[in-house]
Design a protein around this ligand. Structure first.
Ligand SMILES: [Cu+2]
Length: 173
């Protein structure tokens, strides 16, 4: 099955890099990027990340997007809001952290092309361990219209990432 192959190579890449950097291994499972329609400028990437010895996800980048951020979705007085996770996403040791629709996710903005189902998107994740050492994990993530079978996460409200198309892609620092 093609997807499994991708997943194991992603896990291998993560492990290999972490060893090289003498950082704790980071395991990434069930990664996928939501497909876009023509003209759509933003989408989300979702996955489950397990940092064996704990780490922070401090950065993300992809050649398909001008701007990539680690996002969090929250309800504020009944209004759904999303924005960048300041200081990075905490990954407690050994605890799988789900990046999913309606919660944490990776936001790919300023998309350079339409992301079609069945294609793959390269993603680079930057992790920082407890000692402040950064390590990069390169992934090849499949594009899908919905969470691939067996990966559905509960009853998360449908998230309309297209709203990002009307947001300024770059915020003032
Ligand atoms: Cu977002």
């Amino acid at each position: 099955m093609k997807f499994k192959t991708l997943m194991s190579s992603a896990a291998f890449a993560a492990t290999a890099f972490a060893c090289a950097a003498h950082a704790g291994a980071v395991q990434i499972d069930n990664a996928w990027v939501r497909a876009t329609v023509k003209g759509q400028l933003a989408t989300g990437a979702f996955m489950t990340i397990t940092a064996k010895e704990g780490a922070r996800l401090v950065g993300v980048s992809s050649p398909v997007a001008g701007v990539s951020q680690v996002h969090e979705m929250t309800m504020d007085a009944g209004v759904m809001k999303m924005g960048e996770v300041k200081g990075g996403l905490d990954l407690p040791a050994g605890k799988p952290v789900a990046l999913k629709s309606g919660g944490y996710h990776l936001m790919l903005m300023d998309l350079k092309s339409t992301l079609l189902t069945g294609t793959n998107v390269p993603l680079s994740l930057v992790f920082k361990d407890a000692k402040g050492v950064e390590s990069k994990v390169e992934l090849t993530v499949p594009v899908a219209a919905v969470a691939p079978a067996g990966m559905a996460h509960g009853q998360a409200a449908p998230m309309d990432h297209s709203m990002h198309g009307n947001m300024p892609a770059k915020k003032a620092p």
